[in-house]
Design a protein around this ligand. Structure first.
Ligand code: FMN
Length: 442
């Protein structure tokens, strides 16, 4: 099974200063021409898929410097992802198209219908990244006074995914003969009415779309809590994880693979993609230069706001060159990233300025930097060492970073027999080495 490569397809990139870099595209907000070009670069590099993270709200309005400068996971001016991927489906032929949609503020019928449509439009290349929503403020756009608590979000998410899959199974694969001669458009014996009645949802069904070409579009998820991991073990085909070191990634990999048997699944039924920022240069020095240029594009007020966002509390009143404060755990960010930042700053005795400069290039996650050999070496080590089944790659600067990756690193991975030279399969599932799920209602 070749290494899986996914492209993080945020057109504004993955570094706070990135959109300002001279090599970055001009005017990246809601720019369809850029999105098409990015998809085509990734497809030329034989990437498995494009991945669009998403949320349903404008963030950081309480942090004026960061709000004006924008940071990658804020996305104040982007396309709705399934709409965008439907357009990209018509501009590509092989690459998988994965969009994020929330189970907390959406309805299973809508989600089943949207992704079934995308799967048909793309000829079996759709994926759904199931999230329970990370940004609490999104709640205010959906008639909620506050964000739904984590336990409830995951309870709802499990039922939501059951319903979505049940709806995708509404029709047998051959339920639509569309036979002009007999006048039978469909075969009434080949539809199942779901009639779901649960704690969170009552959904009659059937879905008004034929069964998706992949049976089920590929399901992604990214939750890291106990509840999040269990949801992934039960429902996901792929997870997107971020770990900063190989031992941590290996522990996470073993944990996820170990949870599958409980749900009657094998270790190959869930693929683990490790999120990483990759800065590759023709030489190691060029990679260093790009990283330095990016960091220089972030003025201190923006850096401090960004750090505040990552640790979940305001850093404005702390001296820039004073030590990074050692917060109590319960005060720090809600995803674990904030805690990790504070821990590293403490261990290494970093100042506030050094801490934000440390997290800028990789959004507090992982980074591989160097020439093609160096980058391929560490990718190989993680892959062969069971730290992951592949990578979710952010490659600053958009688009030159991804172009350089496909020109320099992809051929090196191919030479080492780690990555495909041509797409093997017709669908995203086939390319990922995932089975097509049988229909639940025979
Ligand atoms: C790598 C990664 C990517 C994520 N992408 C998104 C996203 O695009 N949209 C979103 O609302 N949440 C996203 N999340 C948040 C998770 O889906 C989840 O809601 C959050 O991590 C809290 O759940 P947990 O406590 O189980 O981790 C992401 C999380 C991780 C770790």
């Amino acid at each position: 099974m070749p290494m899986i490569l996914a492209a993080n397809a945020n057109a504004q990139g993955s570094h706070v200063g990135e959109w300002r870099h001279p090599d970055a595209w001009d005017r990246p907000a809601a720019n369809i021409a850029n999105a098409v070009r990015l998809a085509q670069i990734a497809e030329a590099g034989k990437f498995d898929l494009l991945f669009l993270a998403d949320g349903n709200g404008v963030r950081q309005m309480d942090k004026p410097d960061l709000f004006a400068a924008t940071s990658p996971s804020d996305r104040p001016g982007v396309f709705e992802p399934v709409t965008l991927l439907s357009a990209l489906a018509m501009a590509t032929r092989h690459i998988g198209l994965v969009a994020t949609t929330t189970t907390t503020y959406d309805e299973p019928f809508h989600v089943a219908r949207r992704f079934a449509s995308l799967d048909h439009i793309s000829g079996g290349r759709a994926g759904w990244n199931l999230v329970t929503t990370s940004n609490p403020g999104d709640a205010l756009n959906f008639s909620h006074a506050e964000h739904v608590a984590r336990d409830q979000r995951y309870e709802r998410a499990n039922e939501f995914a059951d319903v979505v899959k049940g709806l995708w199974d509404s029709w047998a694969d051959d339920a639509f003969p569309q036979d002009k001669a007999s006048g039978r458009f469909l075969d009434p014996a080949k539809v199942h009415v779901l009639n779901h009645k649960g704690k969170h949802f009552q959904v009659a069904g059937p879905l008004n779309a034929p069964r998706p070409p992949q049976g089920y579009p590929v399901v992604f998820s990214a939750g890291q809590s106990e509840a999040g991991r269990d949801l992934s073990a039960r429902h996901a085909d792929c997870i997107f994880a971020i770990e900063a070191t190989l031992p941590a990634a290996q522990a996470l990999y073993a944990d996820f693979k170990g949870r599958l048997a409980k749900y009657g699944r094998g270790p190959d039924d869930l693929k683990i993609l490790s999120g990483v920022t990759i800065i590759v240069g023709e030489t190691a020095q060029q990679a260093e230069d790009i990283a330095g240029e990016l960091d220089d594009l972030v003025p201190p007020p923006v850096g401090v706001d960004y750090l505040s966002k990552m640790v979940g509390r305001s850093m404005k009143d702390y001296p820039l060159d004073g030590p990074m404060p050692d917060f109590e755990e319960e005060h720090v960010g809600h995803t674990g990233i904030g805690r990790a930042i504070v821990k590293v700053a403490k261990e290494q005795g970093l100042t506030v300025r050094q801490t934000y400069r440390r997290i800028l290039p990789q959004m507090a996650g992982n980074m591989f930097k160097g020439d093609a050999q160096q980058v391929a070496d560490v990718m190989e080590e993680w892959y062969r060492g069971k730290g992951c089944d592949g990578f979710m790659i952010a490659a600053p600067v958009v688009p030159t970073g991804l172009e350089r990756f496909t020109r320099l690193v992809v051929p090196e991975l191919q030479r080492r027999g780690l990555f495909r030279r041509e797409y093997e399969g017709r669908t995203l599932r086939e390319n990922l080495g995932l089975k097509r799920p049988p229909r639940r209602f025979g």
